[in-house]
Design a protein around this ligand. Structure first.
Ligand code: ZN
Length: 497
């Protein structure tokens, strides 16, 4: 068999197994009865191992080395060989025995973190976290890097990004946003949201989410919406991209935002062309680019004045209590800023500061500048400087996120990059699409979706994030789009002068 044919067939085998893993995982987090969990974990473990073995098999290595020297490949094939080859070498760099040892330690560490968080006692977690930092540093050594071991870790989530570059991106954000938030809180007029108070049953909230997803042109023939505890989007396979959401009984906007966020992730995956399926390119360009799509729909669209002009009457019809509120009232109520202790509850103004803090701490841990023992204190100090609030206990401070407990370092910045990229993409879309705001205000969101499809979705993982951003916007990643978006919008919403 021709190597190229065999290579593609090999990737399809991996794709089919991954599809089964995704479906089992989706079921685990939405429908699986409590007693079925232990056996399900074993089944998923078995299939995941099979995927891993195919991903590092010698056969795949032979295909890659032959194809890497071929010059007759199409552009898509070349990109596939580059992306799959890179992942292959990263996997191969890790000795299996080391990986197994790490996996056992990570499982223990996660359990210790759960207990430490519940008791709000960092000392129960400290040694585990030290071990996870050690493992992460060893992973970085195996992967290799030029300047900083942190770069080797971030590469997994945001190819081509470095800690030096992140620092230059963060500096203007910090300089502008920290004082701006202080001004908002001291001089701004907080929007009224008392008219939104009440208890809203799940079926009513679901109806509202479905209306928003329909307007976004989420394809229900290629997906579905289900409730869960921690919302996520999962691509089961071609033609099947599912979203999940969660509804809070007393907060109608939270569930809507969650649905639109996951809907944004799903539109990206639904927009990846069949040509790229099971080629290693059938996913987002990076975690940051993926997050830029969710943030586009959740915030830049879903919290915009134009969107509420269109959506207010729909909301009023589903929730009679809201029918007397104006579109402007709803728009303002959807944009309340509240410096808070917990990242996942943060609004779009304060969110990035939560990430900056985490980036600075984890980068320090990986480069050895920061000791695990000092984390709780460093955390409190940074929260005070950035957001003006200080956690009273570690459960609401350094212990709040699960990521570090399993050795996941270098992941947090993608949340922030998603916010920054979304503002830069949105500015470009606004330039390209005539009557942009009028279209959104009339419920026409399909021009925006077509623009995202044409400029971003159709390429899947063919380009690295920086290259994609330059192709789409003609510029390098530039945080000033986000800063301008936030300052302009909230100066208006909070009546600052
Ligand atoms: Zn997301």
């Amino acid at each position: 068999m021709d190597t190229l044919v065999a290579y593609k067939e090999h990737l399809r085998e991996i794709g089919k197994l991954e599809s089964a893993v995704s479906l089992l995982g989706w079921d685990q987090r939405t429908n699986l009865p409590r007693k079925g969990h232990p056996a399900r974990a074993e089944v998923i473990g078995k299939l995941t191992k099979m995927v891993f073995e195919l991903s590092v098999s010698d056969k795949l290595g032979e295909y890659l080395s032959e194809l890497e020297s071929r010059d007759s490949l199409s552009q898509v094939e070349q990109a596939s060989v580059r992306v799959v080859g890179k992942a292959y070498r990263r996997h191969k760099a890790i000795p299996p025995a080391f990986y197994e040892e790490y996996a056992v330690a990570a499982a223990r560490s996660e359990t210790a973190w759960e207990e430490a968080k519940e008791k709000s006692d960092f000392s129960l977690f400290k040694e585990h976290l030290e071990r996870m930092v050690d493992y992460a540093r060893k992973f970085a050594e195996y992967y290799g890097y030029k300047d900083s071991p942190y770069d080797a870790l971030i590469e997994e989530f945001e190819p081509g990004m470095t800690s030096t570059e992140l620092k230059t991106i963060i500096a203007p954000l910090r300089e502008e946003l920290v004082p701006f938030i202080k001004r908002l809180m001291q001089e701004g007029k907080r929007p009224d949201d008392t008219f939104m108070r009440g208890t809203f049953p799940d079926d009513v909230q679901r109806a509202l989410s479905l209306k928003a997803l329909e307007a976004m042109n989420y394809d229900f023939d290629a997906g579905r919406l289900d409730p869960t505890v921690h919302p996520f989007t999962t691509t089961i396979g071609p033609g099947d991209v599912r979203i999940t959401t969660r509804f809070l009984p007393h907060n109608i906007l939270s569930g809507l935002a969650s649905s639109m966020h996951e809907g944004g992730h799903a539109l990206y995956d639904q927009g990846i062309p069949d040509e790229l399926r099971w080629s290693g390119l059938d996913e987002g360009a990076s975690f940051g680019i993926h997050e830029s799509q969710s943030r586009t729909w959740e915030n830049l669209v879903g919290r915009s004045r134009s969107f509420w002009k269109f959506f207010a009457p729909i909301a009023g019809e589903i929730i009679p209590q809201l029918s007397s509120a104006s579109a402007e009232d709803l728009y303002r109520a959807a944009n309340i800023v509240e410096p808070s202790l917990v990242r996942v509850e943060a609004d779009e103004v304060t969110y990035n500061l939560h990430i900056m803090l985490r980036f600075e701490l984890e980068e320090g841990l990986i480069t050895g500048k920061t000791n695990v023992a000092d984390l709780p204190e460093l955390w409190r100090d940074a929260m005070k400087r950035y957001l003006g609030v200080v956690p009273e206990d570690d459960a609401h401070g350094v212990l709040q996120d699960v990521h570090w407990s399993s050795g996941l370092f270098g992941y947090f910045p993608s949340y922030m990059l998603g916010n920054l990229y979304s503002a830069q993409f949105f500015a470009a879309a606004r330039k390209d699409i005539a009557d942009f705001d009028e279209k959104i205000a009339s419920g026409n969101l399909s021009d925006l979706l077509s623009w995202l499809r044409k400029n971003i979705h159709q390429y899947g993982k063919m380009y690295e994030p920086k290259e994609l951003i330059e192709r789409v916007t003609g510029e390098k990643p530039d945080p000033s789009y986000f800063v301008r978006y936030i300052v302009d919008k909230y100066t208006d919403v909070y009546d600052l002068h």
